[in-house]
Design a protein around this ligand. Sequence first.
Ligand code: KAW
Ligand code: ZN
Length: 615
Amino acid sequence: MPPEYDWENFSNVTVKRLFSMITTLGTAALEDEEKLEQLNNLLSEMEEIYSTGQACEYDDPKTCLDLNPGLEDCMADSTDYNRLLFCWEGWRDAAGRRLGDLYSQFVELSNEAVRADGWNDTGEYWRSWYETADLQQQLETIYQDLQPLYQNLHAYVRRKLINTYGAEMVNAEGPIPAHLLGNMWAQTWGNIYKLVIPFPNKPSIDVTDEMVRQGYDARRMFNLSDEFFREMGQIPMPGSFWDRTMFVRPDDREVVCHASAWDFYLDNDVRIKMCTKVNQEDLVTVHHEMGHIEYFLQYAHQPLPFREGANPGFHEAVGDLLALSVSTPAHLNKVGLLPELVDDPEVDINFLMQMALEKIAFLPFGYLIDQWRWRVFDGSTTKDKYNEEWWKLRTQYQGIVPPVPRNPDKDFDAGSKYHVPANTPYIRYFVSFVIQFQFHEAMCSLSGYTGDLHKCDASAGAMKDVAGSRLAEMLRMGKSQPWPEAFEVLTGDREMSAAAILQYFAPLIDWLEKQNENETLGWNNGWTPPYDCEGTGGFTCLEGSRCVRPADKCDGIQDCDDNSDEDPILCETPNGRSSIYRAFSCDMIYSGNNMEAYPDICFFFTSKHLLTIKL
Ligand code: KAW
Ligand code: ZN
């Protein structure tokens, strides 16, 4: 069909961009309807598996933990090495393992779809949203600029973890076992603040206890955030937002607990879905999600294709930007969450450490997820190498190591991170964590603030209105112009740079370098932590050979040379060997209906067999 509009030759750049955007279909370009349906089914199946996965206790298979809150709380709060390992491995057995086959099918179909639209592969299509020819080089430069700071943080935290878990479990020159950093994916480390606090005798700047003491609930956290957006001259959340938002995990149905913000593109209908917990981490997440909503509201007057972030990193940065002001001790004190405010360089270091555990620890993680995915999409990482490549990147960038050996045929650890099965690009968060500091620096100086960047609360500046209106001006542009134009409106600059984040952390960088005088920065890639086979749910084959992990038992795949891991007797009548139960935990049931009909029987499908088990 001949195009009705010769838009490629239009002279008005904005209208030309508009047409170019309308004509890009993404995965909807898949012409074969059956395949498009298959693609969509794969996506919903993956999301379903992720959001219903549970890890069940070895010795009590009917007691199972959801990711949120059960397993996430376990990772955040426990300091028992083996308990942490149970939660870490259990989630990967429950979610990742069941996703590998689906994911590789998805990759094929997704690539086929975007090829119909003229892209070489899905990664190239995703990167095109940035309209930046040398995006990958720019990001690599920024990553390199930040790596020394990360290495210093890593070495300092590693030393503290040796104090907690011992030099046998944490090697002074090795990568850190991945389950000891307070988070299921070791992506942010704020939850181990108590283990690494630089000056334990100085006042705490963690406000979780104070929030609980004051009886905070989810709505109050959202209200606090809304008030801050108003204070900065932004658009308040509309009434319907308060009626239609899901603030906490409902107990009458299964929901996807990973936080998200929704624009229904109609009558100001905007909502958040979040299983909010009362703690400091979620207070920041509330601001993060509200930042998405604020952007929706600001660009609502734009034509539909422009109702998006200037680039995806902008969308992720808005709420975090405001949270940078909110998180300062001065502001927390102002809103009554921090009783005492002292001006003391040691308290400053405590504060900067807490921020670094959230913002600096995240950088290599934010960078590597799509390094992995881009290579999967462009075919350089094939299915049989999914997990090996994943751990190469995890060790190379983050300096972490799996606490138990991975099984390359079965484990799919990338799938245990929400954005992989949910097919949400991730490099946006790396971009966001960099540019939010550039935005913060700009807002602070526009507001009239002149002190140290990390102490700036933009809402306290005499000219906060100027800062607020400049922010709104940038947000109102949406995606109507290439992102450097929007970037320039707020910052006066047109490029991403690590300079602002380095400036923010400057005092901590000096301090860390002194602490690390006797440490070896970096990690040698060969070291792996020891583990107690039986004590961590594993078992040895009858022939007495190596340790096999609990999920390998009775899964229909031979892991022992003598096949004792699949011995029909051991498999069909669990006889008190607790490790058997894991593979048969009821979350593996193929059909929920069957489960209701036979409450004490689990069905378990493998690629080869249908197994049934009486509990
Ligand atoms: C993070 C970000 C800010 C502060 C602390 C943080 N810790 C970790 C992160 C990165 C990342 C993560 O948890 O791994 N954060 C999120 O995933 C927050 C959720 C989201 O707001 O980014 C959400 C993800 C999502 C995308 C698509 C479907 C479902 C969930 N994104 C959005 O809701 C969204 C809405 C509009 C435009 C763009 C994104
Ligand atoms: Zn987000």
